[in-house]
Design a protein around this ligand. Sequence first.
Ligand code: F6P
Length: 321
Amino acid sequence: MTKVKKIAVLTSGGDAPGMNAAIRAVVRTAHYFGIEVAGIRFGYKGLMEGDLLPLGMRSVSGIIQRGGTMLHTARSSEFATPEGIEKAAEVARENGIEGLVVIGGDGSFRGAMALSEKGLPTIGVPGTIDNDIVCTDYSIGFDTACNIAVEAIDRLRDTSESHNRCSVVEVMGHRAGYLALEIGVASGALAVLVPERSCDLMEEIYVKIRTHQKTQNIVVVSEGCRTPSAEVARLIEENTGMSTRLTVLGHIQRGGAPSSLDRVNATRLGYRAVDLLRKGIGNRVVGIQSDKLVDYDIQEALDMQKSIEEELYTISRIVSM
Ligand code: F6P
């Protein structure tokens, strides 16, 4: 096995709390094994432009508790072209980079696969609050985003109660309902609308509100639902007579200090990514399944199917009233 001398790390796509903990783990693990590390700023865009900085052992001190990503991030359309990929691979070669860790979501992993095909061993680390990466139970940032939303909803409940209102809360998740379902259950919502189930719950919501006559109600809507959250709020007020307000949590869910779970799991994933690269293994996505570290071929990982947890969805409907 030839010794890997230098690797690089970048974050790509939407930022997620815990990305810094993963960067720290990558840097510290690499140094432990005597491997030099370059940080690439602004994701694949930065790689194409050669926006690199050396990351010494101490350069990642004091970042484990910080949200966002110290390397910044970007979504690059230029990188998605054959020319862009060639350019990025060339910059890596020129800088002596022999392996790359990409922390991001599905889209970022397609780029990682393309770079592996160009001869740069690349490992994908799941980092997105959406938790929509198929080969892993967990992605970095999901836990923190859930906690932030639940805390916000606890506050909304107070004011909704005072005014006898229904609060419709739109949460992120792109086209997937994992975040919404988790948040809905944890906040004791009356209903959770997720894209995977269309919005077939509206009648049920009206009946529950009319029947139970509660002093406040919380309805969580995933941003990916076909019926926009504003329309959901309007329909609820129209069909139940209950004063209704809409809150869109938006990017608030992506900020703030990562939870303990996000810090620990990000650290484990970052470690495993470097461990694979130092063994000369690339073109893999690392993940956590049943609390164990796993890794898959990137194409195999992208081809897997995952949907919201059926049982949790059923439970959420049974326990909410
Ligand atoms: O993928 C993470 C995510 O926060 C999604 O939930 C959301 O749809 C999207 O990113 C928002 O992207 P942007 O930060 O580019 O507005």
